[in-house]
Design a protein around this ligand. Structure first.
Ligand SMILES: Nc1ncnc2c1ncn2[C@@H]1O[C@H](COP(=O)(O)OP(=O)(O)O)[C@@H](O)[C@H]1O
Ligand SMILES: [Mg+2]
Length: 330
């Protein structure tokens, strides 16, 4: 499907790819186009560098949805995931055995077997954990009531962070085990019941929290996988290294069954008469890689490859973003 059709029909579009390739530019340009075609559009960025505000040429206060002046139907929101980091760490370091109130000698380590993913998330270094957190925040947002027709997510998670989507399996197993443990504890260690009952309130909160988290991710995941709701647009540049990386990203998207029908190849040197030697040689390199990109990602998988030229200047006003969209949505 063409990017235009996605922008006119879906409820959610995510732009993902390596840093600096043009995700914010593509998202902002698409958002302006969709808004100007009558869709009530929200563009969300989780980049702490505030690049979305810079790209649209406006000041965005973190966490505050801001209507963009001069572009009816367009609202932008910058989320700072770092604010929530303490909550998240508490959650990932949570030990169900301690929470349930079992004395140490009764704790069964096999219960922790399913927690690998969570522990991995907890141990992530800052870019990883920021990405996961940002993703969680966006999932939470898109699953709450809002009256936007289209939510555009600048900088979708890539690679291993998508594993966040398998949390429901991890959590479900975990919740089930917690419940079974409670029954066991109730039946076999009835004598200790009074000791445990002190923990009752805490236990309930924990289960409630896990179940809420589970529901959010499950619902969001269903939406993310639905091609009539969501599409993940890959943004890349025509370089050899980007090809390998995009291959890995595509595999992750396939694994999590996230629909992805367009690849934007950005910053392509155009063929003009006055290309200098340096630019001509870069263009030759890019054309070689573009051919590969079309062969590997397009012909086999039926994706639309969108080429966007390298502009002479940075793209950082609505006017330039509109110009950009002519190529992006051609
Ligand atoms: N096709 C292009 N031509 C010229 N400059 C571009 C192009 N695409 C992006 N840029 C510029 O490159 C920089 C990085 O783009 P950005 O969209 O912020 O990347 P990302 O969000 O992927 O990190 C920005 O200054 C942007 O204006
Ligand atoms: Mg960006």
């Amino acid at each position: 499907m063409e990017l235009k059709d996605l922008l006119l029909n879906l409820r959610m579009i995510m732009f993902g790819g390596k840093g600096g390739v043009g995700k914010t530019t593509c998202s902002a340009s698409s958002a302006i186009w969709a808004a100007e075609h009558g869709r009530k559009t929200l563009i969300i960025s989780t980049d702490p560098a505030h690049s979305l505000g810079d790209s649209l040429g406006v000041e965005l206060a973190p966490g505050v949805p801001t209507k963009i002046e001069g572009i009816p139907n367009l609202t932008a929101l910058e989320i700072n995931p770092r604010e929530k980091i303490a909550d998240f760490q508490k959650f990932t370091q949570f030990n169900p055995l301690k929470e349930i109130g079992l004395p140490d000698f009764m704790q069964d380590n096999s219960l922790m077997g399913d927690m690998g993913d969570l522990q991995d998330l907890a141990n992530m270094s800052p870019p990883g954990i920021d990405e996961a957190l940002a993703f969680a925040k966006v999932l939470e947002f898109i699953e709450t009531e809002h009256d936007y027709d289209l939510v555009i997510f600048d900088t979708a998670p890539t690679g291993h962070t998508l594993r966040f989507l398998s949390l429901p399996e991890t959590l479900s197993g975990w919740i089930g085990k917690l419940l079974r443990w409670r029954v066991k504890v109730g039946n076999i260690f009835g004598v200790f019941k009074n000791i445990f009952s002190k923990e009752e309130k805490k236990k309930d909160n924990t289960l409630e929290f896990l179940e809420k988290m589970n529901r959010i991710i499950l619902n969001a995941r269903e939406d993310l996988m639905d091609p009539t709701i969501n599409n993940f647009v890959i943004v890349m540049i025509p370089e050899e290294m980007a090809i390998a990386e995009t291959g890995r990203l595509i595999n992750e998207l396939l694994k999590y069954r996230i629909p992805s029908s367009c690849i934007v190849v950005n910053q392509v040197y155009e063929n003009t008469e006055d290309l200098c030697d340096f630019c001509r040689s870069r263009r030759a390199m890019q054309q070689k890689n573009l051919k590969k990109i079309r062969e590997i990602f397009h012909e086999k998988l039926g994706r639309k490859i969108i080429e966007v030229p390298l502009f002479k200047e940075e793209i950082r006003t609505p006017e330039q973003l509109r110009e950009f969209s002519k190529y992006l949505l051609s």
